[in-house]
Design a binder for this molecule. Sequence first.
Ligand code: HEM
Length: 213
Amino acid sequence: MCRRLPAPKRAALTPTVTAPLIKPTPTLRDALRAATRSRHEALDRALMPPGAEWTRDHYRRFLRGTLAALETIEPAVASILPDFTPAGEPTRAVRVRQDLRALGDGAVVAPLGVPDLPDQAAALGAAYVIEGSMLGGQHVAHALVRDLDLADGHLTYLRPPGVAIGPRWKAFVAALDAFGAAGGAAEWRAAEAAADATFAAFAEAFRREGAMR
Ligand code: HEM
């Protein structure tokens, strides 16, 4: 007797979708983020260790360190990049001084030495750090309100009135990446070195003002 064997099951003929093998080309912003990642992480940890609460004195020291770095870096960048406007008038340094005064600190802060920003690439590297710090600054401002119940009059640096931080950052990154796409390896190296040096300057200023915990 001949029994008919069941027909073998066929694998469903669904088309296989494979991920593209080509990775997106890194942008100058990607390169700057990668070049400064470890410095940024070290700074975050030292300024705001997990679980630590902000005190008024620590915020005051954070502002004094910020001012010491900004007093020289902000005008140096603006002198090379005419389009690098402060995040809303007045300048960042003026706003930091306002916030310090609101905390009762009108004492002089000695600025750091002038950073070496010889060209547009270096200025953009430094501007990347100053602009990017506004992103983390939103987390800091949130923690300050949570821990100290500070009012907006104490936070004009971190929360510049009338400035939309997200769109501003997007516009800056677009300009940065356009410069990166047109530039070559030398420009990328110069921007990376300046971003690194700018992070180092902030770290030195925070250390000097006792803001690192
Ligand atoms: C306690 C202090 C800080 C914390 C918790 C912090 C945290 C953060 C976070 C969460 C982001 C990503 C935000 C987002 O994508 O929406 C960021 C971005 C950034 N922060 Fe900070 N930050 C701090 C201080 C600083 C300081 C002092 C600087 C520089 C002086 C700085 C420079 C930057 C830069 C350049 C970026 C942009 C990175 C990118 O390309 O995406 N941050 N920060």
